[in-house]
Design a protein around this ligand. Structure first.
Ligand SMILES: [Zn+2]
Length: 609
């Protein structure tokens, strides 16, 4: 893309009114002198955990860890590309963006324009005389004019140059048609339409803009049955759901989403009044899909074919969905039927009932494992081991143990034995934390890095304070202090955070007031650390304490040093009691240690933290 100068982006970040912008979407209430709170626009919640700090020009959600600045808010909430977000805000603020080169500035815009031309063209073709074959097909599938209109369904005539000519008429260059995935290049030169002789389903982003097309073959021997336009700068399969813009409001209302495999499935459900249905676009569910859904609902129905491929697909989907904290139900149709058939045969009421009464998906998997044979001890063990990874991936401990209990019950195995299998599976592999659960436990247990020894609450509090002070005064971290912190701070994620601030400061990632630029942190550290960084700087209780940074910093560090020396002293005393140790050396070490203690001003009353 055409490069937007970094200084312009910075100017936009500095000048944009984050309260005004976020306030358009979120009802914000003042919560502190520099802190505003509201219900998070990125996840469902009843009590506000979404914080905006206008001083920092940043937002952070303690519930789902959504975080960033005005630009990332537009990117994540409005589904804009970064350059689009920059241009949108620049226009609001009257900032002129110097165009270094025109080339790519509008690549995305050109693609959207080309897709729009194609969309018009497909829509018109469906209504034209040559579109009769497609109209008949849609009628046969039970789609009436109203539904066709609602889903903007079109037709790609069985010709090589329908879109080629439409783009020409609209003065869209063929290379943009290629970039948009609409055209292919001929070996002999020139271009031809990618989608031909197909019913066309426009695939839209959350804002309702067409980003791609899916085409269903009309000829009996036409392969493949479904053909999509390829991935482009605006279309990423792994993040896209067919029907998402239409489904957003119904998802909110129904408190759930239904995921199915095909365009016709999603449309059939919508026809039956289940508007919260979406479909993947020719790909399996991905973790991006799961995250996107979990921001909007915690309850999900999966509608897959009842055949063995569909059953496998469902289990694979659960592997993706359960770790995201989603509660999943399995909607299963009578064998061989798709939602269309079912709807046309049985009517909307029965289809809705089927969705509403869908059983818990994990329980379905457990039953299947049991049905596969579960009488001998070996078979029981196999069944447990087959399902345990799914159970172990559930982030909520209460739900997880409940499923472990049910698994034991169904298999008629010992509950403690099944729980221990689940625990060992869970311990053995890293399972992404559930944002909801992580949030609720983050205040009391901020440092649960897997490889770290646990630290006490007061240690955690002091480490957070260190991190906060260094985020505001990174210049305090001189070489001696850095070395002392390396030595004295217990290894834990909060120590990593302290040093992330120190490093960011040392590398000059600071804002106008000399504080570490929280946005720079986001790009430099793991998302877990970035989330902690936001929590630290957004927490107003720290700001309330106006003790000079250096004084508090050294006090806290001194406690950690003394605590570490205490621990070392204990080890030396043990050596003094051990006849196998070199006593002379132990005494020497003890004296050296006492000197160090005195150097840190230990009075004998200090007992560490
Ligand atoms: Zn949130």
């Amino acid at each position: 893309m055409g490069l937007i100068p970094e200084t312009t982006i910075q100017e936009i970040r500095d000048r944009a009114d984050i309260l005004g912008l976020v306030g358009r979407y979120v009802d914000l209430k003042q919560a502190g002198h520099n802190s505003w709170k509201g219900l998070c626009p990125f996840h469902d919640e009843k009590t506000p955990s979404f914080n905006v700090n206008p001083g920092r020009q940043a937002y952070y959600c303690f519930g789902c860890q959504a975080k960033g600045d005005v630009l990332s808010f537009l990117v994540d909430h409005e589904n804009l590309t970064f350059p689009e977000a920059v241009r949108t805000l620049a226009a609001d603020l009257g900032i002129v963006i110097p165009e270094s080169d025109s080339g790519d500035r509008s690549d995305t815009e050109k693609i959207f324009a080309a897709l729009e031309v194609a969309q018009q063209c497909y829509r018109e073709a469906l209504q034209s005389p040559e579109g009769q074959i497609a109209r008949e097909y849609l009628e046969h599938r039970g789609l009436d004019a109203e539904v066709i209109d609602r889903f903007q369904i079109g037709y790609a005539p069985d010709a090589w140059d329908t879109v080629v000519r439409a783009l020409e008429r609209a003065k869209v260059p063929a290379d943009v048609g290629m970039l948009s995935g609409l055209l292919n290049e001929r070996a002999s030169g020139g271009h031809y339409d990618r989608l031909r002789g197909r019913v066309i389903f426009p695939i839209q982003d959350v804002r309702g803009r067409v980003i791609a097309f899916g085409g269903r073959a009309l000829g009996a021997d036409q392969e493949p049955k479904y053909l999509n336009t390829p991935e482009t700068p605006v279309y990423h399969k792994r993040r896209t759901f067919y029907g998402f813009p239409h489904a957003l409001e119904p998802i909110r209302r129904a408190g759930r989403a239904i995921v199915c495999e095909g365009y016709f499935d999603a449309i059939a459900l919508a026809r039956a009044g289940v508007g919260e249905a979406v479909a993947t676009c020719g790909t399996a569910l991905t973790s991006d899909h799961a995250r996107d859904l979990s921001r909007r609902t915690s309850s999900l129905g999966l509608l897959f074919d009842g055949d063995s491929a569909g059953k496998k697909a469902m289990e694979r989907a659960l592997e993706i969905l359960l770790p995201a904290g989603l509660r999943v139900r399995a909607v299963s149709l009578p064998d061989g039927q798709d939602p269309d058939d079912f709807l046309n045969a049985r009517g909307p009421k029965d289809l809705v009932a089927l969705v509403d009464r869908a059983p818990d998906a994990l329980e379905v998997v457990i039953r299947r494992a049991v049905a596969a044979g579960c009488s001998t001890p070996a078979e029981k063990s196999d069944a447990v081991r087959r399902v345990a990874p799914l159970v172990a991936s559930i982030p909520d401990p209460v739900e997880r143990s409940e499923y472990a209990r049910r698994l034991a019950l169904f298999v008629s195995a010992d509950v403690a034995a099944v729980e221990s299998v689940v625990r060992s599976v869970r311990g053995g592999k890293s399972i992404p934390a559930n944002p909801r659960v992580a949030a609720s436990s983050s205040e009391s247990k901020p440092v649960s890095g897997d490889n770290y020894a646990p630290i006490s609450d007061s240690e955690a509090r002091h480490l957070r304070q260190l991190a906060m002070i260094l985020s505001r005064h990174p210049e305090l971290a001189n070489a001696a202090l850095v070395e002392e912190m390396h030595e004295a701070l217990p290894n834990c994620a909060l120590k990593d955070l302290v040093f992330a601030f120190v490093d960011a400061g040392a590398e000059g990632h600071v804002d106008a007031e000399g504080r570490v630029d929280i946005l720079a942190m986001k790009e430099r550290v793991s998302s877990e650390l970035a989330a902690m960084a936001y929590e630290v700087v957004m927490d107003e209780s720290f700001f309330a304490n106006e003790t000079p940074g250096w004084e508090v910093l050294t006090q806290i560090l001194r406690r950690f040093v003394l605590r570490k020396l205490d621990a070392e002293q204990k080890i030396i005393r043990r050596r003094l009691d051990d006849p196998d140790e070199d006593q002379g050396k132990a005494v020497e070490d003890l004296q050296a240690l006492l000197v160090r203690r005195r150097a840190h001003g230990a009075t004998g009353l200090d007992t560490g933290l």
